[in-house]
Write a protein that binds this ligand. Sequence first.
Ligand SMILES: NC(=O)c1ccc[n+]([C@@H]2O[C@H](COP(=O)([O-])OP(=O)(O)OC[C@H]3O[C@@H](n4cnc5c(N)ncnc54)[C@H](OP(=O)(O)O)[C@@H]3O)[C@@H](O)[C@H]2O)c1
Length: 268
Amino acid sequence: MPTIQLGVYLTSGQETYRAVGWALEAGYRGIDSAQMYRNEKQAGRAILDFLASEANVDGLRREDIHFTSKLASNSAYDTARKAISRSVKECGLGYIDLFLLHSPYGGKTARLESWRAVEDAIKDGEVKIGGVSNYGVKHLQELLASNPNIPPAVNQVEVHPFNTRTDITSFCQEHGIVVEAYAPLVRALRMKHPTIVQLSNKYKCTPAQLLVRWSLQHGYVPLPKSSKKERIVENADISGFAIADEDMQRMDGLDEYLVTDWDPTDCP
Ligand SMILES: NC(=O)c1ccc[n+]([C@@H]2O[C@H](COP(=O)([O-])OP(=O)(O)OC[C@H]3O[C@@H](n4cnc5c(N)ncnc54)[C@H](OP(=O)(O)O)[C@@H]3O)[C@@H](O)[C@H]2O)c1
């Protein structure tokens, strides 16, 4: 799975098309979309157009790109299964690399039936990998206790220094579930925080690069979003430095349970 992926939440179809093209040119190999974002089609089109273009200097093929989408709402098996097929058709990529249940909302029966739909989409070749998003520890335990044929490979949750969610991330890491960190840039709400500014100066990087690096050093897959070309390039340009252990701990200590979007992790 690519280590840094472009998020395309709150990005219109046209913006998504442009941003995905710029990201692929800049070296991103993963795109994070969702049914709810209403841009699966433009994301898929941008991927195919890039692959066929002269900008594809490395001769990349469909299988070199990792495309994610998510089920808008959990439901009965048939409804979920059909919705997954619709996403595959909508993106035009032939299959979806990673398909997630977007949240645990809907109750236990809907969660487990929707998961069965993901498993069957994998068996049918429409999806390569299955996962969940916004699952709290109790939702993960419920799914694992149901003896799934295929366990979830990913949990995508809000994770950054201002909301570290160590309860969820440590459970995932203990169970071999990859943590995808959404809102890794804290939605740009803490770029001027004194500790972030001080450490960015120390490492001669931007606040955004520091936040992406923090995520990677914890072993997460960050999904930074931007609709601006220069920021898309900047956010993935993080190989020139490493954050020292004591500074990682300082950043971990900034936790204030800051929720930038929604927090379904405790829902029944
Ligand atoms: N599963 C879920 O429930 C869920 C929920 C939320 C997000 N996500 C995923 O995670 C992705 C990222 O989360 P997010 O979009 O909420 O927040 P984010 O990536 O933390 O932050 C995006 C914000 O930061 C700004 N930004 C980007 N690069 C910057 C830079 N270098 N310097 C300053 N500002 C910068 C962007 O503005 P510009 O666009 O103007 O550059 C945008 O306002 C989403 O796109 C989505 O794919 C998933």
